[in-house]
Design a protein around this ligand. Structure first.
Ligand SMILES: CC(C)(COP(=O)(O)OP(=O)(O)OC[C@H]1O[C@@H](n2cnc3c(N)ncnc32)[C@H](O)[C@@H]1OP(=O)(O)O)[C@@H](O)C(=O)NCCC(=O)NCCS
Length: 190
């Protein structure tokens, strides 16, 4: 279908469809998943976040896409590309940013890495990104683990304070250059 961005061995990255918002909230808006993302969100902030996801697709042609498991079409979460727009991180504004959020019962199976590899392929091959950043906070070691498994480099010089989340600051930055991706990809696939 037209809204399928990529297919991997076990997953499909696709655009958002009717009913996805409700399914996403039911599966992904949990204390464990949202621990480093400001906690469980109320319905109005979720709608605003989904509207932003739609606007990235409209404005840039890429966004945080739905991760669907091919074997049963289950919605596992999202992974994909936006552009940095964090208040406080102006020096990075407009940079390609990879992000991920999976339901808890999909952790620990390599699904996030599989979706992230497909997203970085799209970033460098289809969208011609010169480099891609990933943002997180110090305590989010699982997310940093994924950044490292993808071959991203910690860039302390780019860290900043996100004005929206003073209690979680600083926002820490990892980055990978287009020229680094082929070798990093091969290593990530192991
Ligand atoms: C960050 C997040 C996406 C990482 O997910 P993840 O499942 O740990 O990451 P991966 O897909 O790389 O999976 C790695 C794990 O799967 C295991 N695994 C099992 N089968 C595997 C396979 N076939 N291939 C690869 N890894 C496999 C690995 O051994 C590893 O396990 P470990 O964590 O016990 O060492 C997930 O924790 C999440 O959604 N967190 C909440 C949202 C969030 O914080 N988002 C980021 C905001 S910055």
């Amino acid at each position: 279908m037209a809204d399928i961005l990529a297919e991997t061995e076990r997953l499909r990255l696709r655009g958002w469809r009717e009913g996805d918002r409700e399914e996403f909230v039911a599966r992904v808006n949990t204390p464990a998943v949202m621990r480093w993302l400001g906690g469980v969100q109320d319905p109005s902030s979720h709608e605003a976040a989904f509207d932003r996801v739609d606007s990235y697709q409209r404005d840039y042609g890429h966004t945080f896409w739905i991760i669907e498991r091919r074997s049963d079409q289950a919605l596992l979460g999202f992974c994909g590309l936006k552009r940095v727009n964090s208040p406080g991180g102006e020096v990075l504004h407009g940079d390609f940013e990879i992000g991920w959020r999976l339901r808890e019962d999909a952790w620990g199976q390599g699904f996030a890495k599989e979706a992230a590899i497909a997203s970085l392929d799209l970033a460098f091959d289809r969208f011609a990104a010169p480099y891609v950043v990933a943002l997180t906070v110090k305590g989010n070691e699982t997310s940093q683990g994924l950044m490292k498994r993808l071959g991203m480099t910690r860039r302390q010089d780019l860290d900043f304070d996100d004005l929206r989340y003073p209690e979680l600051n600083p926002c820490i930055v990892y980055r990978i250059e287009a020229g680094e991706w082929p070798a990093a990809r091969a290593a990530a696939l192991g």
